[in-house]
Design a protein around this ligand. Sequence first.
Ligand SMILES: *Cc1c(COP(=O)(O)O)cnc(C)c1O
Length: 435
Amino acid sequence: MKAMKSIQTLERQDKQVASVFYKEWQRVNEGVELIPSENFVSKAVLEALGSIFTNKYSEGYSHKRYYGGNQFVDEIEDIAVSRAKQLFGAEHVNVQPYSGSPANQAVFFALLNPGDKFMGLDLASGGHLTHGSPVNFSGKLFKCVSYNVDRKTQFLDMDAIRKQALAEKPKMILSGLTAYPRKLEFKAFQEIADEVGAYHFSDIAHIAGLVAAGVHESPVPYADVVTTTTHKTLRGPRSAIIMCKKEDRLKQKYRPDGKKNLAELIDFNVFPGIQGGPHDHVTAAKAVAFGEALLPSFKEYAKQIVKNAKALADVLISGGLKLVTGGTDNHLILIDLTTKGLTGKGKEIQMALDEANITVNKNTIPYEPATPFNPSGIRLGTPAVTTRGMKESEMEVIGANIVKVIDNHSDKNVIAKVKQDIVELSKGFLLYPDL
Ligand SMILES: *Cc1c(COP(=O)(O)O)cnc(C)c1O
């Protein structure tokens, strides 16, 4: 086991746990990470996460706490809030949600009553579990009417969504994606919400880094509420924030809750609504990550994510693979395996790629002909490899190897050869070399 500087005490105290840390470092450095929801944070963010702020209890909000000794937690939270406001141009920001799913839960509880109808993107069309899946709180407690991508083009059809909204009269419309490789038209979503008198809730978990960098349209000027995770393209710690307008455009139309404005309503539904004490070490790490995202270099990073995704998509297409919608406009790509005779074989392909040190995830494709556990798609993306410094030429090598593995997924020799190439490629892009 290689000694790691950042965990010297841990290595002395608990070899069993420390040894696993090293194995993970090695796994990351000998492979390529193509899961589009993942990224690698900076060492500064890691340091903030493993810091003294993990110890404090600070229920409440800055300067209005239920515990003493919070003057420096307040200072940290204030920095995080003001940087997030600057980054996204938001009127109000809550930096306390533990992660994306609880952030979304707080928004549902703030705007709607249980049983109320809303519209969200179907899971198979690229939506998230919290956008109304029947196994999730959003589908269990609220009445979800899903919208889908167009069966032929696999793009979202804003006219069809408008017609559906006019017929269904939802109280909230959710715009957001987790496996849709094209841009979302937030202004068009807002116009539909205005026309039917619904709230517009936008969840930019996947694309927040692109939005912050101006590479993707922002919903912040339009939507009533915007949530995002902070650990995907935004490249911060595993967490989330909620942004909203100060005033409630619909004046608590569906869920009367006193004289609160929208900002107060959101805060009240995070704490005490669904959470207790905020994770102050994560708030500190968010402040650091927002500071990084405000730098000009982050814009370059976000642009490169999209360039890399396009380059990777091109290689996959020339290798004979079919991509959902025929390509990508953002950071992610969805391979449709059905034309290779691999319907329902997403899991096998994911495992074969894993053996070759290429990390991806199996995913449903629109109108999935197989099942969610054995789906017909592979989802991949470029945020993490771009953080490691890879560019278009590396995407060509990776893409060609993905095609090789898919075409020879039961040939151990081919997989072993690809693995060698990937280990070799990765060595030139060491992550946390002196961790
Ligand atoms: C990842 C994601 C979430 C959930 O985030 P967790 O932190 O995993 O709870 C919510 N919405 C969308 C669109 C996502 O992609």
